[in-house]
Design a protein around this ligand. Structure first.
Ligand code: DGJ
Length: 558
């Protein structure tokens, strides 16, 4: 007879508390950890806030010998952090026989290249499939059961409803974390760990295996209902509507509490994925307490549960994941869509710390990253397939990470304090400049885009097709207020004019504009910009095609 996962969960929690007792309390301050600063959450490494100028490797580039050819390129891109998959099938080729030689080589190479690592646990699930589970698991579906589609066919995807699957994953992940503790706790090469990869359910909103059917017909767990009841007003609007729309019940089966459509099945699945991940993460943390997160494949416009990888850590399911997996420190978006700022904002709400582990590897990754660091207090930003990026993307990413490296002390100082803003065109239809209030001044920032807006007064404009495909040359940046009348402007393709906030006869002028660089955190003068470069004192401009930093002093006159 199969053990119910619910009863195992409580045993697991008990065991994990026991293991936690064995870890050293002092670790918590010494290890990489998250800390609040104002409205921001920052990653603290070796006692200081750390901004991850990161890139994620393509899925099959994580073996050290193969990766070695790419280290020079990764360094040239000004990365300080690399996201690398850890393949379950390679570290546990036979049950309980672990081999960490590749992990050790990876750590040694990263240290040699002055790079930190975020490890991605390709465990039970990778993009809603189980392609990285060891062969001895794949080939034994009786002992390690699969999820089933509504048709009754088995999917190549472990079912989260079976303790054998959970136990095997937990054992392997715990062994990895133990090994990291033994080999890296003095160096902190590994900053944090992603648990699983893009968990999701497809082609149906839920698992239809017999075990899953049984759980779906059972009562919604009291912990989830207690969480919903306690946080009703703060719930994600879609989840609140689903629950209250079905009567806001405090007890009942999943269909009774959340209704009978696919939305209810998705909540059910999210809860069980979250409970599974909670066990994997908490047991791993008990071995070595690094920050841990899960990542989400986002929803394509118009797709319904079952059409997109459902039940992952998506914005409408944040509460379910938070209630089910408190060992997870934050939920992360993989943003491949061009409306970057919309998705990034949704993951920076409600106290969720923002890290973008996968971003579209395109030229606009550069300015999207600056926006995330400056406007959304991101801890890190990581284009996907970083070892393979070619021109013009690699230059844009390299230049922007060079800027971020120079500006890191200022960015981390200003995160969460309201004195720094990201500059980003919000879409092809945007007409007005971005308005930024900086103390006594207002900056109006316009973007130099190579293509016209896609829609002009309801009509497709010439060039609309290429605009929809995204600009080849990015524009955007950030502005940091250093003092009441002084600021740093950095980025590419931006022009700022200034107004006195008080208005009336008072006008704003440019006292001085200086182009420079930060070298070892010290401002280094390159040249003054007073004539054509500022349109004779009318605006501050960083032209398209190159990234720069300007230090601006303002004054008012009547
Ligand atoms: C998202 C996944 O998380 C990555 O591992 C990779 O498969 C990319 N998609 C490919 O675009």
């Amino acid at each position: 007879m199969k053990t119910s996962l619910i009863s195992t969960l409580s045993i697991g929690l008990f065991v994990s508390c026991g293991l936690a007792d064995r870890t050293h309390a002092a670790d918590a301050d010494v290890l990489p950890h998250l800390r609040r600063q104002g409205t921001a959450t920052q990653l603290i490494v070796d006692g200081k806030p750390f901004l991850m100028r990161a890139g994620e490797l393509g899925n099959s580039t994580g073996e050290p010998a193969f990766l070695r050819q790419y280290w020079p390129k990764l360094e040239a891109l000004h990365l300080n952090t690399l996201l690398v998959p850890i393949y379950w099938d390679l570290i546990e080729p036979e049950p309980d026989r672990f081999t960490f030689a590749a992990v050790d080589a990876l750590l040694a190479d990263a240290r040699e290249h002055n790079m930190r690592l975020v490890l991605l646990w390709f465990g039970s699930w990778k993009n809603a499939r189980s392609c990285y589970v060891p062969a001895w698991i794949k080939s034994d579906p009786v002992r390690f059961p699969r999820s089933h589609a509504a048709t009754g066919l088995a999917l190549e995807m472990l079912s989260p409803f079976h303790t054998a699957n959970l136990d095997a994953d937990t054992r392997a992940f715990s062994a990895l974390m133990r090994h990291l503790r033994e080999t890296d706790s003095a160096r902190h090469t590994v900053l944090m760990v992603q648990v699983e990869n893009e968990i999701g359910m497809i082609p149906d909103a839920r698992d239809h295996s017999p075990e899953a059917d049984g759980q779906f017909a059972a009562a919604v767990p009291a912990e989830l209902l207690a969480y919903l009841t306690k946080n009703t007003d703060a719930l994600a609007p879609d989840l609140r509507a689903l629950w209250l729309g079905a009567g806001g019940k405090r007890a009942g089966t999943w269909s009774e509490v959340f209704g009978t459509d696919a939305g209810s099945e998705e909540v059910f699945m999210a809860w069980h994925f979250a409970r599974y991940v909670q066990q994997v993460a908490s047991r791993g943390k008990a071995e070595y307490g690094l920050p841990m997160f899960v990542n989400a494949a986002l929803i394509r416009p118009g797709h319904q549960p079952g059409q997109y990888p459902s039940a992952g850590p998506l914005p409408h399911l944040f509460d379910v994941w938070r209630a089910g997996a408190p060992a997870i420190d934050f939920l992360a978006p993989d943003i491949y869509f061009r409306n970057f700022s919309e998705w990034a904002r949704r993951y920076a709400r409600g106290g969720n710390a923002l890290f973008v582990p996968e971003a579209l590897p395109a030229p606009e990754a550069s300015v999207n990253g600056l926006f995330a660091f400056a406007s959304l207090n991101a801890m890190g930003f990581s284009p996907f397939g970083i070892e393979a990026v070619g021109e013009p993307t690699s230059r844009a990413i390299g230049d922007t990470f060079d800027l971020v490296a120079q500006l890191t002390p200022l960015i981390v100082e200003h995160q969460g304090s309201g004195t720094m803003v990201g500059l980003l065109p919000e879409g092809a239809e945007q007409r007005e400049p971005q308005r930024v209030v900086l103390g006594d001044y207002v900056a109006l920032v316009s973007f130099e885009r190579p293509t016209p807006p896609a829609v002009a007064e309801g009509l497709a404009a010439p060039g609309a097709a290429s605009a929809a495909g995204g600009p080849a040359q990015p524009s955007g940046g950030l502005v940091i207020q250093l003092a009441a009348d002084e600021l740093i402007l950095a980025g590419t393709g931006i022009t700022a004019t200034f107004q006195a906030r008080a208005g009336g006869p008072l006008q704003a002028g440019l006292l001085s504009v200086e182009e420079g660089r930060f070298v070892d955190n010290k401002w280094t003068h390159l040249r003054w910009l007073s004539g054509d470069q500022t349109h004779q004192g009318r605006h501050v401009r960083i032209g398209p095609g190159s990234f720069g930093i300007q230090r601006v002093k303002l004054y008012t006159y009547k």
